[in-house]
Design a protein around this ligand. Structure first.
Ligand code: SF4
Length: 355
């Protein structure tokens, strides 16, 4: 440990901070299918994936087993959202031919490797993960204090290792998870003489997002701001959004930095619209209705096309099914190759196991 309280491997992750992945790097990322995508999924993941695919080959997963750790009571919903999420990723422009886009449970090798990893992962490693420690009481309260949730980071490690991915886009708050994946892979390689790459981080910006009521966005508050809302739904949600309380009357000046509407403008609006909001708000030159109207226009301009494309995909079930099947088949091909290699290193019988 250093004077900063960092382990040497933490430091390696920190040093990698400014590194641009070299050509030929393989990216792996995914998002849980616990519900419709909201703006957090877009700004925290999808937007980054769309950028990354311009330069790198990647595996992008709709992670339904991960969704089950907290949504195990509603597996049908998890599957419904898996399909919805997959359609949405394609609608936003994630290219299913250039990348491999899959649904986690359709590639059973994830779970096979997870079983292996769960044997070699000391319990103490999992117990010290901050998201487990911090949310332990909450998990007890809402009935999600289960083995799957504790083992979640080992499944994450398997998700990355099964594709021998070299890089994972993460926010700065996810360093401990990636560090654990690296440690599990390192231990595996050490024990069995393997050569699975230790995944490195690509640090991405994850803006703090407020819900439509100005509080932290959370399903339990019912303030989730969905990504491909219909125009009417969008207008309605914006109308309900709170503003700077100082603006009681139209003529009262306000302070945009105290207003959640402004925080959305910073995400969705063109840079040239921001001075209009800032000055108009501070001088009472614009009303909150005008301000929300402009925001609605800008959000709609971004989401209109993906919203229509997603609807079209969901309406043409056969086309969507064949894109999903093809993505999962290609994912399995890579995953099986890794498992074959792993079985060779560990002396397990190779082959499909069918007699
Ligand atoms: S004018 Fe815009 S930024 Fe200012 S308080 Fe109203 S909604 Fe918020």
């Amino acid at each position: 440990m250093t004077s900063e309280g960092l382990s040497s491997s933490d430091l390696q992750v920190k040093r990698a901070q400014s590194e641009k992945p070299p050509k030929g790097s393989v990216i792996m990322s995914g998002a849980r299918s616990t519900g419709r995508y909201h703006i957090g999924n877009y700004f925290g993941a999808i937007k980054n994936w769309l950028e990354l695919q311009k330069e790198y080959f990647g595996f992008y997963g709709v992670m339904d087993w991960h969704a089950m750790t907290s949504s195990y009571k509603t597996p049908h919903d998890v599957q419904h959202f898996a399909r919805d999420n997959y359609a949405e990723l394609i609608a936003w422009g994630l290219d299913p031919e250039k990348n491999v886009v899959f649904i986690q449970s359709r590639v059973p090798e994830h779970v096979e490797l997870y079983t292996f990893f769960s044997m070699i992962t000391p319990l103490g490693w999992l117990e010290r993960v901050p998201t487990w420690k911090d949310a332990e009481q909450e998990a007890k309260d809402n009935d999600t204090h289960n083995l799957g949730r504790l083992g979640y980071p080992a499944l994450q490690a398997a998700d990355i290792a099964i594709y021998r991915a070299t890089h994972v886009p993460i926010g700065h708050d996810q360093v401990s998870h990636l560090e654990l994946s690296r440690e599990i892979v390192r231990r595996f390689n050490f024990l069995y003489g393997g050569s699975i790459p230790e995944p490195r981080p690509i640090f991405t910006e994850t803006p703090t997002l407020l819900g439509s009521d100005g509080r932290k966005m959370s399903k339990s508050y019912g303030n989730t701001f969905y990504l491909t809302q219909e125009e009417d739904e969008l207008k309605q949600n914006l109308r309900k959004m709170p503003t700077d309380p100082a603006r009681v009357r139209r003529t009262d000046p306000g302070e945009p930095t105290k207003c959640p509407v402004y925080s959305y403008h910073k995400l969705f609006s063109k840079p040239e619209d921001l001075p209009w909001v800032e000055e108009g708000c501070r001088t009472a030159g614009i009303g909150c209705g005008d301000c929300k109207g402009k925001l609605g226009e800008n959000i709609n301009a971004l989401v209109a096309k993906p919203r229509e494309k997603k609807k079209e995909l969901l309406q043409h079930a056969d086309t969507l099914d064949s894109i999903i099947a093809d993505g999962c088949r290609r994912a399995r091909k890579h995953a099986r190759e890794t498992m074959e290699q792993i079985k060779e290193w560990t002396g397990f019988l190779s082959g499909s196991g069918e007699f």
